[in-house]
Design a protein around this ligand. Structure first.
Ligand code: KIV
Ligand code: ZN
Length: 519
């Protein structure tokens, strides 16, 4: 048996902020990106792909600021195969203690047809762009996009060129989620055996989950010699998403007996970052999602509960605490004090400054007044609830909704807009429709409601509802989330939050180049 020090290290490359954020509707604000990057850094992610600097001024600033603030992680930016992209990427990542440029081009027949380059012209472009990146930065990653549908001879040829031009990591993307585990492993083995210089670089795997095989494909690549896995928190990403970080990391930890590889990830931080990514992206985690789903550690059936009481290993291959999940138990009530709240929140992964605690305590008391039993999940919802930041133009002041079997439903609402209170009486087809109509008549806009989702935080008729809203207008997206024991109030707050963020985005972000198509 091998001991830990002899085991191979697998680098974890997180692309939540690039490939994940690229997923339609998952746009994050500048501050949210910085916060997620810092959580990734703290949890031990080796490389953070912080964005696509040339895509917009906002992307550039986010990558630059993440680079400035990074502590341990390598900070990487994405660039297409053009000097202009690569220069812009370098301008952003050069501020990191450990910068990396990641440049790519589609090499499969379908992708070669897009820039209309023949094989030789593309090979020459790869040589020139990778050399250019390497002249700027010692740490260069190159990806042949759609590698799994690229002819093997051509793939070997271009990988060799990229290595000779100075790439230090060669990433093999399964861009369309087409490969299967055996093929994924064979491809890495084939490249290792055929490409001169393959032993001098790190092979990386980048899988998409279109056929539900991203985790299996990534692990198969590692078994065949890849030593970097590209992944995202919660598997966030375009279409069916990317390889989920929590899945590959926990698989390597739990089945270390058959996959003897090490990562540097502090797995006890997984739940906290998963919740945070779900909140800021507006993409809720499915209940039965491996590792981070609400039901991943729930044992409802009688047989399971009996077995669990006798020995947790009967039905669990890992402990909830391994991923940072504290037991969902009755924790607090209206008599609980500030110190107890602080201790409980610390257990849940939230370290609060005194002024933050004071704010949360007020909201906790208000919740405890309405809800007898306050569970861990209620506290998480409370923490994730967007309070009104100072730059919010709209604040919900009051709402009274009348509904019943005889329509139409009505909403009397007061909003404070730019400091002035404004009221309206609106009708709608249902209480939520009436509420949203009220907001719209007080703050007219042309945004389309792209998502409206309601989740019960816990069980029971007094459970809080968490509502997620996503709004789109002229290519800008605003997401909002809010929780309340009253579903209509949570909906109103989430809608107002989304609208505030849309307004801020319209102000701050001007996409200057439409390049958000690389997946
Ligand atoms: O899926 C893909 O091919 C990508 C590349 C840009 C690495 O995301
Ligand atoms: Zn991708």
């Amino acid at each position: 048996m091998t001991n830990a020090s002899e085991q191979d290290r697998v680098l974890i490359f997180d692309t939540t902020l690039r490939d994940g954020e690229q997923s339609p509707g998952a746009t994050m604000t500048h501050d949210e990106k910085l916060e997620i990057a810092s959580l990734l850094d703290e949890m031990g992610v080796d490389i953070i792909e912080a964005g696509f600097p040339i895509a917009s001024e906002g992307d550039f600033e986010a990558v630059r600021d993440i680079a400035i603030n990074a502590r341990n992680s390598v900070i990487c930016g994405l660039a297409r195969a053009s000097f202009k992209d690569i220069d812009r990427c370098w301008e952003a990542v050069k501020h990191a203690a450990k910068p990396r440029i990641h440049t790519f081009i589609g090499t499969s027949p379908l992708h070669r047809a897009i820039p209309n380059l023949d094989m030789d012209e593309m090979a020459d472009l790869i040589d020139r762009t990778v050399s250019h990146a390497r002249n700027l930065c010692d740490n260069v990653q190159w990806s042949p996009m759609d590698a799994t549908r690229t002819e093997h001879d051509y793939l070997c040829r271009v990988v060799e060129i990229a290595i000779k031009a100075g790439a230090t990591t060669i990433n093999i993307p399964d861009t369309v989620g087409y490969t299967a585990p055996r093929e994924s492993a064979d491809l890495i083995r084939m490249l290792t055996e055929r490409v001169p210089g393959a032993d001098t670089i790190v092979f990386s795997t980048h899988c998409h989950n279109d056929l539900g095989m991203a985790t299996a494909n990534s692990l198969a690549a590692v078994e065949a010699g890849a030593r970097q896995i590209e992944c995202t928190i919660n598997g966030l990403g375009e279409r069916a998403g990317n390889t989920a970080l929590e899945e590959v990391v926990m698989a390597l930890k739990v089945r270390n007996d058959i996959m003897p590889f090490q990562t540097r990830i502090d797995t006890t931080r997984i739940m906290n970052i998963s919740r945070r990514v779900a909140q800021v992206s507006g993409f809720a985690v499915q209940y039965n999602k491996a590792i981070v789903g609400k039901n991943a550690f729930a044992h409802e059936s009688g047989i399971h509960q009996d077995g669990m009481l006798k020995n947790p290993e009967t039905f669990e291959v890992m402990r909830p605490e391994d991923v940072g999940l504290t037991e969902t138990s009755l924790v607090m009530g209206k008599h609980s004090g500030r110190a107890a709240l602080r201790a409980k929140l610390r257990d849940l992964g939230y370290e609060l400054a005194d002024n933050q605690l004071a704010d949360v305590f007020v909201r906790f008391k208000a919740l405890a007044d309405r809800k007898k039993e306050v569970y861990d999940d209620d506290l998480v919802a409370l923490m994730q609830d967007q309070t009104s930041p100072e730059d919010d133009r709209i604040v919900l002041k009051s709402l009274r909704v009348v509904c019943g079997t005889e329509g139409p439903q009505t909403a009397d609402m007061t909003l404070v807009i730019d400091g002035a209170a404004k009221s309206v009486h609106a009708t709608g087809d249902g209480p939520v429709d009436a509420t949203f109509n009220a907001v719209k008549s007080l703050m007219p806009h042309n945004a389309r409601l792209a998502l409206y989702q309601v989740h019960a935080v816990t069980e029971g008729t007094d459970a809080q509802a968490t509502v997620s809203v996503r709004m789109e207008e002229d290519g800008f997206i605003g997401t909002g989330q809010a929780s309340d024991t009253d579903t209509v109030v949570a909906s109103a707050k989430a809608y107002v939050n989304a609208l505030n963020r849309l307004i801020q985005r319209r102000k701050k972000t001007k996409p200057d180049v439409q390049v958000k198509s690389a997946s």
